[in-house]
Design a protein around this ligand. Structure first.
Ligand code: PEP
Ligand code: MG
Length: 544
């Protein structure tokens, strides 16, 4: 047993064999297909073959690298069986009439980008896995047989330092850890390791490099910077225990994945997720949300220096819809103003901005902005299951004007021979007391309601949501607020429409039973709350 000490740049424990691997990604071209059914079948066959390959690899790797080392093949198999991934490819083949290879490569790009952008660095590492399973599928689709030598399974990449080109070329799904003799905390090795959440230790020195051989077992502790080569039994046991603790924490969450949002007495609801950016989609899928209940599109404007163009918006909406396959994606139109200000809008300073020119009021007074967004949304509508939602509605007249814009934009696009979906749901937010009180008049006009409790509370209780000193006066469970929600639910249902809640109150687990009793059909919460909410729903019994 030999111990070395370097600088840990990315935490976590890795146990495995030392080596260096290189890999180059396959190139794919786009082909227009005519027989969608045949292409879907080709994709399904390739998927099955890839799954079989991975099962064989898993069995083969266990005696060579142990359970932990072989696990990557099992994870890849599960990813190939994952509905989100599968549906994304299938939906692209169907909707865009493209070949399975290209749809797989596009899905890989989308998923890789969204996982890569996630805050949880463990999940960022899944980007590499998505790329890897996609490359496997593309290879199978291209009729190339497996030539990989997988005797090593996942490996600890050991090097002097890794050049950016080498790092990029690595088959990241096989990297268990990085250890380098040189390098800085900002070297590509370190950056890549952090983004993939792969344990990494740098600066171990030339003596380390000179002493290690290919195939030797090592334990890497990315936190302390310690690397043990040829560890004894005690060191191995200790490292295995640390690894197991890590896995157990993740497992708790995993157990609720794939389960229904159903109460003990059989009432089922939808649990969707709220996002502010396309980069949050990874978290949506990771937490197994049934769809996106609120995409706050104003963040696209807030992150921009000037009005985002139709093309820019179209690209974003398309990516969200494609990534979510056929799951519902509700995009809320621009809700700028009040606390969300973008200088280039040139909005005048207001005495009471929360009661001022914001959200739909801006869209209705500056229709060129609204129309650009609606065009982008309708153009993207053919790429998935879109719902459009309008914020800060207070009246029947506003709703009628909004719907008229939607109708006009749709007709214009059709006249321009641009494909648009004919099943886009149009809904309004119930976030002003006025909208809740006249919800019986608004319900027949739209497809759904979504209650924005953040604003509904502020406007009902006259409590500025930005003012922390008002906390003691701002009773989020106030009877007035709950009655407004209940009334909106009754109005929606009596016209055969569905109603959700997308404000923060949706994640208040002490109200879940109340909302279920009101008949709320959908709750949309931040991605990390999805499974916690599912857990509460599943423990609720509306008979008691
Ligand atoms: C709300 O008001 O509850 C809501 C969801 O919208 P926002 O928080 O973006 O105002
Ligand atoms: Mg709001």
């Amino acid at each position: 047993m030999r111990s070395f000490s370097g600088k840990g740049v990315c935490g976590g424990i890795a146990i495995g064999r030392i080596s260096v691997l290189r890999h180059s990604d396959a190139k794919v071209t786009r082909v227009k297909i005519t027989d969608t059914e045949a292409e879907l079948e080709r994709f399904e066959n390739a998927r099955k073959q890839a799954i079989d390959e991975l099962c064989r690899l898993y069995e083969k790797a266990i005696p060579e690298v142990g359970e932990a080392g072989a696990q990557i093949f099992d994870i890849h198999r599960m990813m190939l069986e994952d509905d989100d991934y599968r549906e994304s490819v299938r939906s692209m083949i169907e909707r865009q009439q493209i070949n399975a290879e290209y749809a797989t490569a596009l899905t890989a790009d989308n998923f890789e980008a969204m996982f890569g952008a996630m805050e949880d660095s463990y999940m960022q590492a899944r980007a590499a896995d998505v790329r890897d399973i996609s490359n496997r599928l593309i290879r199978v689709l291209s009729g190339v047989s497996e030539t990989e030598q997988l005797a090593g399974g996942k490996l600890i990449i050991c090097a002097d330092d890794l050049a950016p080109s080498e790092t990029v070329a690595l088959d990241k799904s096989r990297v268990l850890a990085f250890v380098t003799a040189n390098g800085s905390a900002n070297s590509h090795t370190a950056i890549l390791a952090r983004s993939m959440n792969i344990p990494a230790v740098i600066g171990l020195g030339e003596a380390f490099l000179a002493s290690v051989r290919d195939g030797e077992t090592a334990i890497v502790n990315g936190q302390t910077g310690e690397v043990i080569v040829s560890p004894d039994e005690a060191a191995t046991d200790e490292a295995k225990k640390k690894l197991a603790d890590d896995m157990a924490a993740r497992q708790l969450l995993e157990d609720l994945r794939g389960k229904k949002n159903i109460t003990r007495d059989g009432t089922q609801i939808q649990i969707y997720a709220n996002i502010g950016s396309v980069e949050n989609i990874g978290a949506v899928l990771l937490n197994d949300a049934g769809g996106i209940g609120l995409f706050r599109s104003e963040f696209i404007y807030l992150e921009s220096r000037d009005f985002p163009s139709e093309e820019e918006q179209f690209a974003i909406y398309k990516r969200v819809l494609e990534s979510m396959a056929d799951k519902k994606v509700i995009i809320r139109t621009l809700d700028i103003g009040a606390d969300k200000q973008a200088g280039y809008f040139g909005l005048e300073k207001e005495e009471n901005p929360a009661l001022g020119l914001r959200a739909i009021r801006i869209c209705l007074t500056r229709p060129e902005i609204f129309i650009t967004q609606l065009r982008a949304l309708y153009r993207a509508s053919v790429y998935g299951n879109l719902g459009i939602m309008f914020p800060m509605i207070t009246s029947v007249t506003e709703t009628a004007r909004v719907l008229e814009y939607c109708h006009e934009v749709r007709q214009t696009l059709i006249a321009e021979n641009i494909p648009v979906s004919d099943s886009v749901e149009l809904g309004i937010m119930i976030e002003t007391p006025a909208a809740a009180v006249i919800s019986d008049r608004l319900a027949p006009m739209v497809d759904f309601f979504s209650v924005g409790t953040n604003d509904l509370i502020q406007y009902t209780l006259a409590c500025d949501r930005q003012n922390q000193r008002l906390e003691e006066f701002c009773d989020t469970h106030h009877e007035a607020v709950l009655r407004l929600i209940e009334y909106a639910a009754k109005s929606a249902h009596s016209h055969g429409k569905w109603i959700g809640i997308c404000g923060e109150l949706a994640a208040d687990l002490t109200l879940t039973e109340t909302f279920l009793k009101m008949g709320i059909d959908e709750l949309s919460v931040s991605p990390p709350y999805v499974l916690k909410l599912r857990d509460t729903v599943r423990k609720t019994d509306l008979r008691s």
